[in-house]
Design a binder for this molecule. Structure first.
Ligand SMILES: [Zn+2]
Ligand SMILES: [Zn+2]
Length: 143
């Protein structure tokens, strides 16, 4: 069943028609600045993400030489993270409307985490090298 999402003001809406990766929490410094806390995000195949943006609110900020971050310029909602060479796109879990059917599976970039909160999920060091671009299996359940 497709899931739908939106930004805070509703200018940007989207649907995902394919499978979603389990949620991973990223504690890197960029994600913490971008959201004000940390990023809890799923991911989808790029071709499965259908964005509706009739007011041209979705804006991309190049946060590194490898990736861009998509946000709504009207309300400021953080929505997407896109690695340049990836065929998947990271979607912030909080932007999904209603029940997601997802579960949080891992924490990454834990060395960068803030000192004001504790971790709840397994810490997966092996994700460090690939960053947000954790594998998403084609069809069926993701890893
Ligand atoms: Zn908005
Ligand atoms: Zn991050």
């Amino acid at each position: 069943m497709p899931v739908a999402g939106s930004c805070l003001c509703g200018a940007v809406t989207f649907e995902v028609t394919g499978s979603l990766r389990p949620v991973i929490n990223c504690h890197c410094g960029q994600c913490r600045k971008w959201t004000g806390h940390y990023v809890a995000a799923t991911a989808a195949w790029k071709q499965d993400l259908h964005v509706h943006d009739s007011r041209v609110a979705l804006t991309w900020y190049r946060s590194s030489d490898q990736a861009q971050r998509g946000f709504c310029k009207k309300c400021g909602s953080s929505l997407f993270w896109q690695r340049d060479d990836a065929d998947t796109i990271t979607i912030l879990a909080g932007s999904i409307d209603g029940r997601t059917g997802l579960a949080t599976k891992a924490e990454i970039y834990i060395d960068d985490k803030g000192d004001y909160y504790n971790l709840e999920f397994p810490q997966v060091d092996t994700f460090k090298q690939s960053g947000h671009n954790v594998r998403l299996s084609r069809g069926g359940s993701s890893e």
